[in-house]
Design a protein around this ligand. Structure first.
Ligand code: AMP
Length: 543
């Protein structure tokens, strides 16, 4: 039968066009890397994006060329986010906190031709410049007055480059399945792996992420993405915000609680970041007896969110927490803990329990859990298994790999361990390589950690499984005390014993001066295991 509908290629440029046309004056503000708070609008962001598209074409950029971007969350970065795919090129986000070797690897592996860099991050590129081949231009994201002296020759000034270009430069057209962005996974072992998003996957992802049971964003919101755009596709906020036409507040490079608080109080209704950021902000609010005037919702994900953070936001500051789970390979949204009616009907305590889960997926994401033999497990909220995902914005194959990253039925193995309840609420209990396997049972390292940090003197905790000849592994808890405190071992054990059975309790508690983190802010259990090995640590009953 003849079909009679128009074709509408799902290209990301159409998202910004929508914002510029129907929400032209909505504020897009933020702290610039140069220092001052700057104010822009969706119309101006779109005009600069089109200027950049024109400028990249004058530099010879062709469809499919890869452009690496190392930049903080600024209004300028939003124009870059669209100007690159607007020219048909691919936006490769670069995390400045990666080790030099990893940066060299991913820039080379993705075949970046141009780098765009915030001026304060130029030293990161200078340090590896000699090892980079194939880079034709480096564009510094600033104006002429702030161009730094550099050992790198022929740097291009961004504002000069785009100044004379037309704000009406047309986007390069093409198929919606063309590549649009690349983000590398922060693999703790082996080389990082490239995930290439398409225009279509990004648009579909942004549409499902902005629905009411997910981010619930609208043109009445002002969102501040504290999560950097170089983490996991920037949690898609640079797509979802213009898609719904909401205002944005970009935090720039200063993530200190006082700096974030200043911006939050400028009308922000929704914000997003990993738990560590919020631990710092809540401490700042407490120490200075501050209130949150406009903030309504906070998305917390990237790592398990401690219950104390959820409780404090909600009961003291009246800010609703949306606990979220996702990964680079999923663009990144997997689930968000919004309340279905089944949860709304529950008691406040049961609702809080529900918020320990990461909630349920949107349309376009499907999930399942399996046991070690691959058998699909029940959704009873208790049985833990390997978590698998399928969807419109889930990776099929890592960049330049020979085979798909999927099983025979097309499911992607997330590497997480989870339970799912009958309402579809997912509880992440561990990374599969971090789950502690003791006597044939699994102990959740995340649950041990979250319970431990409810202790007022504990700043951070990490549970890891140490080899044991009889039990396979036994848990050890590493504890970073809060500055100036000396938490009591017996007290911590008593706290844990309220939630855990005897066999799940740690065999040992070690007090440490530091808990190491990966470049995306997750606890590096690999480093912790190496450290314990280097000090020839033995469990108490084996010593
Ligand atoms: P990344 O690709 O760097 O965003 O890391 C994705 C991984 O972060 C997931 O596979 C999980 O292991 C972890 N993660 C993300 N969100 C959560 C969460 N809410 N709770 C527990 N782990 C999480």
């Amino acid at each position: 039968m003849q079909q009679t509908m128009q074709d509408f290629p799902l290209r990301v440029g159409s998202i910004l066009d929508h914002a510029a046309r129907y929400h032209p004056d909505r504020p897009v503000s933020g702290r610039s890397v140069e220092g001052p708070i700057v104010r822009s609008t969706w119309q101006q962001v779109a005009q600069d994006a089109r200027r950049l598209t024109g400028a990249l074409q004058t530099l010879g950029v062709q469809k499919g060329d890869v452009i690496g971007v190392m930049a903080w969350n600024t209004t300028r970065h939003l124009s870059v986010w669209y100007g690159i795919p607007g020219a048909g090129a691919v936006n490769h986000t670069l995390n400045p906190r990666l080790f030099a070797d990893q940066l060299v690897y991913i820039i080379t592996h993705a075949e970046d031709r141009i780098l765009m860099v915030d001026f304060d991050l130029l030293p990161v590129i200078e340090a590896i410049y000699d090892r980079l081949s194939g880079i034709e231009h480096i564009i510094v994201l600033t104006d002429r007055d702030h161009m730094p002296d550099s050992t790198i020759p022929d740097l291009i000034c961004y504002e000069n480059l785009i100044r004379d270009q037309s704000p009406d430069t047309p986007w390069v057209e093409g198929d919606e399945r063309e590549p649009c962005g690349i983000c590398y996974t922060s693999g703790t072992t082996g080389n990082p792996k490239g995930v290439v998003y398409t225009h279509r996957s990004n648009v579909l992802h942004a549409m499902s992420a902005s629905t009411p049971d997910m981010l619930n964003l609208s043109s009445n919101d002002t969102i501040m993405p504290v999560v950097p755009l170089f983490h996991a596709n920037g949690w898609s906020t640079a797509y979802t915000a213009p898609l719904v036409g909401c205002a944005m507040m970009m935090p720039g490079r200063d993530m200190a609680p006082a700096a974030l608080y200043e911006l939050l109080e400028m009308g922000v209704t929704m914000t997003a970041a990993v738990p560590t950021i919020w631990l710092g902000l809540l401490q700042h609010l407490k120490d200075n007896d501050l209130k949150l005037g406009t903030l309504e919702r906070v998305i917390i994900g990237g790592a398990s969110c401690p219950r104390a953070v959820i409780e404090t936001f909600q009961s003291i500051y009246g800010v609703k927490v949306l606990h979220a789970w996702g990964m680079t390979e999923m663009s990144p949204l997997g689930t968000i803990c919004s309340f279905k009616p089944e949860i709304t009907r529950m008691s406040p305590m049961a609702q809080l329990d529900a918020q320990d889960t990461v909630g349920h997926p949107p349309y376009t994401v499907d999930l399942r859990i399996t046991d070690e033999t691959g058998a699909v497990l029940d959704w009873d909220g208790k049985t833990q298994g390997d978590l698998w995902a399928k969807g419109a914005a889930v990776v099929q194959r890592y960049l330049k790999q020979d085979s798909d990253a999927l099983d025979a039925d097309g499911w992607f193995h997330t590497g997480d361990v989870a339970t799912i309840d009958r309402h579809g609420y997912v509880r992440i209990t561990d990374r599969s390589k971090d789950v502690i396997k003791s006597g044939g049972e699994w102990i959740s390292s995340i649950e041990l950690e979250n319970c431990a940090i409810a202790h007022p003197d504990i700043a951070e905790a990490a549970a890891i499984g140490m080899p044991h000849p009889k039990w396979d592994e036994r848990p050890v808890l590493l504890v970073l005390p809060r500055a100036g405190t000396r938490p009591d071992r017996a007290e911590i054990m008593a706290l844990l014993s309220e939630r855990f059975a005897k066999w799940q309790m740690p065999d040992d508690i070690l007090f440490v001066d530091e808990i190491p983190h990966t470049a995306t802010g997750k606890i590096s259990k690999l480093t912790l295991r190496e450290r314990l090995k280097a000090m020839d640590y033995r469990l108490p009953d084996l010593a």
